[in-house]
Write a protein that binds this ligand. Structure first.
Ligand code: KG4
Ligand code: ZN
Length: 334
C-alpha cells in the first residue's frame, strides 16, 4: 500500500503544505507573506494572522496539485519547533484537528532537522553519515547526520545567524528586508576582492557574525563621511565583498569539520543555501578535496513543507508518532 503524508510548515513567515507519496514529494505549495517588507523584519503577530488566512487555501492547493483527496492521507506531519510561537500554533492546531478528524497519526517535526533532511528529497542523495551546514535566518549549524533520526550539532553560531548577517548587512546598505537575496543579486556583477572584511577567530567548529556586522557599519560610516553616494556608486562591489566573507566564514568551518570527522558527503541546507556565491564555492570546495557535495533544489532550501513531509515520512516508517497533547515550542532541543 502507498503511504500518503500531508505536511504543514508555519514556523516563521511562510505558510506551506506538501503532499508526499512513499517519500516522493507530489506537491509543495508555499505562500510568502509580503506584509513584513515595510517593517524591515518579520512581525510575529502579523505572521500569525497571515498564516490563519493562508492555511486553508495552501492545503487545498497542495491536495489539488498532488491530485489527492484528504481521505487518502495516512498521517499529518507538522513543524512543532523551533520558530515563532504564534506561527507554530496555527500550523500545529490545524495539524492536530486534521489528525483527529481523519483519525490518522500525528507526526511532530523539528524544523532544523527537516532542513537537513531536505537533502534526501531528490537523487542524488548523500550517504550516511554526512555533514550538513544548515544556514537560515535564525540558525547556523554544522550537523553530523548518522541516520534520518540520529543527528548531532557539532558547531553553531555564538551570536548572529548567517541569514541575519546577510539581512543586517543589507539593512546597513539601505536595502529592504529580506536583504539576503538582494546582496546575492548585486554581488553577481561586483568585484569580491575590492573590499576586505575581517574573518573572526572563533575556536572549534563554532561561528560568529556579530564582528562582521560592526566592521561593515564602521566601513560605511568612514566612506559615506567623505562621499554620501559611496554606497550607490559601489553597491555591487560592497555586496560581493560582504558575500565573499560570509561564505568563507561558513566554508572554512565546514572544511574543518570534514577534515576532523573524515566524512566525505557534505550538504548545505536552509534559506542561505539559496545563495549563489555559497553554492558555487561549496561545489568548488568539494571538487578540490574530492568530497561529494549536495544542495537541495531551490524550493527546498528556504522554508517549505516538502522538507517536513520527507522528515515525516521517515518518522512514519519508524512509527514515531505524537499524541494530540503535544504542544508547539518556540525553542527546541535536538
Ligand atoms: O530557512 P529560511 O527560509 O527561514 C528561516 O528558517 O530562517 O531562511 C531565511 C534566510 C533569510 O535571512 C534570507 O535573507 C536568507 O535566508 N536568504 C538568502 C538568500 N535567499 C534567502 N541569503 C543570501 N542569499 C540568498 N540568495
Ligand atoms: Zn528555516
Amino acid at each position: 500500500m502507498n503511504t500518503f503524508i500531508l505536511a504543514i510548515e508555519s514556523s516563521c513567515d511562510e505558510t506551506s503544505c506538501a503532499i508526499c507519496k512513499d517519500g516522493i514529494i507530489l506537491s509543495n505549495i508555499i505562500a510568502n507573506q509580503k506584509v513584513h517588507e515595510q517593517y524591515g523584519g518579520v512581525v510575529p503577530e502579523l505572521a500569525s494572522r497571515a498564516h490563519i488566512q493562508n492555511i486553508v487555501p495552501v492545503i487545498d492547493k497542495a491536495l489539488a496539485t498532488a491530485n489527492c483527496q484528504l481521505s487518502a492521507i495516512h498521517a499529518i506531519a507538522f513543524t512543532q519547533s523551533p520558530g515563532l510561537i504564534g506561527s507554530l500554533l496555527v500550523g500545529s492546531q490545524f495539524a492536530k484537528s486534521l489528525s483527529l478528524s481523519l483519525q490518522v497519526p500525528l507526526i511532530a517535526v523539528h524544523h532544523m532537522q527537516a532542513h537537513v533532511l531536505a537533502n534526501l528529497i531528490d537523487a542524488p542523495r548523500p550517504s550516511f553519515p554526512f555533514l550538513c551546514l544548515t544556514v537560515s535566518g535564525g540558525h547556523t549549524q554544522i550537523v553530523l547526520c548518522e541516520s534520518p533520526s540520529k543527528m548531532k550539532v557539532i558547531g553553531e553560531t555564538i551570536d548572529d545567524a548567517a541569514g541575519e548577517a546577510f539581512d543586517k548587512s543589507a539593512k546597513l546598505l539601505g536595502l529592504p528586508y529580506p536583504g539576503g537575496p538582494l546582496i546575492d543579486k548585486y554581488a553577481a556583477t561586483g568585484n569580491a576582492d575590492r573590499f576586505k572584511f575581517p574573518e573572526p577567530q572563533v575556536p572549534g567548529l563554532d561561528f560568529s557574525f556579530s564582528g562582521l556586522k560592526t566592521a561593515i557599519l564602521y566601513f560605511l560610516q568612514e566612506h559615506t563621511h567623505d562621499n554620501p553616494d559611496f554606497v550607490q556608486q559601489n553597491l555591487a562591489d560592497i555586496c560581493a565583498s560582504i558575500q565573499k566573507r560570509i561564505v568563507s566564514i561558513l566554508l572554512n568551518k565546514l572544511k574543518k569539520a570534514a577534515l576532523q570527522t573524515g566524512i566525505k558527503d557534505l550538504c548545505i541546507a536552509g534559506g542561505v543555501s539559496a545563495n549563489s556565491g555559497l553554492r558555487n564555492a561549496f561545489t568548488e570546495m568539494g571538487k578540490r578535496n574530492h568530497w561529494n557535495t549536495f544542495i537541495p533544489k531551490f524550493e527546498y532550501c528556504t522554508d517549505n513543507a516538502g522538507m517536513i513531509a520527507i522528515t515525516g515520512y521517515y518518522k512514519f516508517l519508524d512509527k514515531n508518532f505524537s499524541s494530540l497533547s503535544i504542544s508547539a515550542s518556540a525553542r527546541a532541543e535536538w
